[in-house]
Design a protein around this ligand. Sequence first.
Ligand SMILES: Nc1ncnc2c1ncn2[C@@H]1O[C@H](COP(=O)(O)OP(=O)(O)OP(=O)(O)O)[C@@H](O)[C@H]1O
Ligand SMILES: [Mg+2]
Length: 237
Amino acid sequence: MTLVVENVESGYDRASILAGVSLSLEPGELVAVVGSNGAGKTTLVRTISGLLPLRAGGLRDESGSFARASATRRARRGVVMVPEGRKLFPRLTVGENVALGRRASRGRGGGADPVEALLDAFPIVRERWNQQASLLSGGEQQMVALTRAVAARPRYLLLDEPSLGLSPLKTLEVFELIELVRERTGAGVLLVEQMADQALAAADRAYVLEHGAIVMEGDAATLRASDDVRRAYLGAH
Ligand SMILES: Nc1ncnc2c1ncn2[C@@H]1O[C@H](COP(=O)(O)OP(=O)(O)OP(=O)(O)O)[C@@H](O)[C@H]1O
Ligand SMILES: [Mg+2]
């Protein structure tokens, strides 16, 4: 029961960006991928979710390889992404955005509705239910994007830079929601972030991505304490 990314290569036109990236994600685990601007974080998420073709390497879960499946089929299989910048449908209401997430859950689910648990814990999304998504603040939009993803019943959830544009305080709130999502859905969560300190504080394990390659990996607390990581990503001198 593991999502495995094995020696993945991908890129754009003639630009080769990911140069053999390997990682794994277990259900219920919160794993951070940290790296600076242009390291290839978004490229990685887009490749796993099927928006960018794989050039080499493998992608599989417990049912086998999904390297050739379309993005839609990957989502149906439970590999669900929240893209960088949230990408809600701006003219639809919050409720309509979440309903679109539910459509991707076809064939899976059963048991208690994880969306209800999120709405109870973060009532702001329910309060905004009938409002147009574009009228929400960045933090609220991120919460709606997470709720939409949870409605799709993820088994593996890929979050691309959920802190983007948020204050440190809002980021903490969103990360709390992410921990709740992990707990309530049992999904494996891949948290891709430039905000290394906060991401490492939230995660169980982590990988450091530099120039399209994993340069460090391990226990998140250990990486957070390491001198190399502190110097390169946490502003320590
Ligand atoms: N559509 C594209 N066409 C060509 N090159 C691209 C494209 N998108 C990204 N790149 C290049 O790929 C590299 C990795 O970009 P990517 O967006 O994956 O980085 P990132 O780690 O997500 O950065 P950020 O923290 O800024 O979001 C960069 O050098 C970028 O210029
Ligand atoms: Mg990015």
